[in-house]
Design a protein around this ligand. Structure first.
Ligand SMILES: *Cc1c(COP(=O)(O)O)cnc(C)c1O
Length: 382
């Protein structure tokens, strides 16, 4: 039983980063102190160290730190000269930033429906979305699940398209021995605080095995310059901050452990919620080699009575969220794409049924049990 409800109102946040922050605080403060002594805040050693470690962790040769996940997507496309007049395929159900990164380059996002089982791009529907203007595909490893990229890679080869992975929710996820982000020509990451690897503000990275692309992204993120006062292209200013890199250098060491904690929480939800009401639970990969293929950035359940359950849980002071309430084409910002209702039936249907439950490293047993009990109460009472 949970003891924490006795005196105060129970409040379970959707995400609580304090556990992670506390663990890494001493190391981070040491690095901050060193940085302040050197007072060299743009790029420099912390950024280089992180780029080296993050590339290494992902089994690739290069990583480039950038300003955010959205920037990572935009710069990766610019690095292969994708822009105005080009089309880039993405799933209809994803974080809006996947589409915005494309729009930043002047290219047009082309949507494809998702698979109901794993919420990722439905590769069977990919080919019909390809036109002579298509230049790239951005599969998204949504909610932390690394999707199987074999069909995507196969089609990309056939049509000469670039595969750029959006791995912003899947740091450390692994399938067939490869990390999320390391399969395509580039992989994009966000270090927004609540991601599986998060810093203390905005941050992002692109990983790649291509030295040419790495050099090109170096230019794009820093005024088109590698050397002072020499500007070879019209770049922007979208670097990973040295302070954020310092945080990431400490937190990267905990990533595997944190992912394991998430997996264990997901397993507990799975055991406790199976068979309750009409709930559809995420698939838990078997322990062992494939355990890592889902790193549970989010734990997303489905029910026909989503709105009622959402209000019920919020009334019990449980932080629940919807990722995402609308597919990309339903946002006003993308009305210009002129997709009609019914264009992406799976994405449109699941949006009204999905609900993200609290899950974060160092979430307590009591907290999880409280969430589970309230869900059970809902299906008994309502
Ligand atoms: C968070 C996220 C992004 C954007 O990252 P930011 O750092 O917030 O710009 C892109 N794609 C996906 C799938 C994300 O979850």
């Amino acid at each position: 039983m949970y003891a924490l409800s006795l005196l105060s109102i129970v409040k379970i946040p959707f995400v609580d980063l304090r556990g992670q922050t506390k663990r890494t605080k001493p190391g981070i403060l040491d690095r901050f102190n060193r940085l302040m002594e050197e007072s060299n805040f743009i790029l420099g050693k912390e950024v280089e160290t992180f780029e080296h470690s993050f590339a290494n962790y992902n089994g690739v040769t290069h990583a480039v730190g950038v300003g955010s996940g959205l920037d990572a997507i935009a710069l990766s496309l610019k690095a292969v000269d994708i822009g105005s007049g080009d089309e880039v395929i993405i799933p209809a159900h994803t974080c809006i930033a996947t589409a915005l990164g494309i729009s930043q380059t002047g290219a047009i996002p082309v949507l494809v429906d998702i698979q109901e089982e794993n919420y990722c791009l439905d590769s069977d529907q990919l080919e019909k979305a390809i036109t002579p203007k298509t230049k790239a595909i951005i599969p998204v490893h949504l909610y932390g699940q690394m999707m199987d990229l074999s069909s995507v890679t196969h089609l990309a080869k056939q049509y000469d398209l670039k595969v750029i992975e959006d791995a912003a929710q899947a740091h450390g996820a692994k399938r067939n021995g490869q990390r999320a982000g390391s399969v395509g020509v580039m992989g994009c990451f966000s270090f927004y605080p609540s991601k599986n690897l998060g810093c203390f503000g905005d941050g992002g990275a692109i990983i790649t095995n291509s030295e040419t692309l790495r050099d090109r992204i170096f230019l794009l993120r820093n005024y088109g310059s590698r050397e002072r006062n020499s500007h070879t292209i019209k770049g922007g200013a979208t670097r990973l901050d040295a302070l954020q890199a310092a945080v990431l250098n400490e937190k990267l060491r905990d990533l595997d452990q944190n992912n394991k904690l998430r997996y264990d929480l997901a397993t507990q939800y799975d055991q406790a919620l199976r068979g309750i009401g009409d709930l559809v639970l995420p698939q838990i990969p078997a322990k062992g080699l494939e355990e890592n293929s889902h790193v549970f950035h989010l734990y997303v359940i489905r029910t026909k009575r989503r709105n009622a359950l959402l209000s019920y849980l919020r009334n019990k002071h449980i932080g629940v969220e919807i990722h995402y309430p609308m597919p990309i084409h339903r946002h006003q910002a993308y009305a210009e794409l002129k997709y009609t209702n019914g264009s992406f039936p799976v994405a449109e249907r699941i949006c009204s049924a999905i609900l993200s439950l609290p899950i974060f490293p160092y979430m307590e047993q009591d907290q999880l049990e409280y969430v589970v009990d309230q869900i059970k109460n809902f299906f008994m009472e309502c």
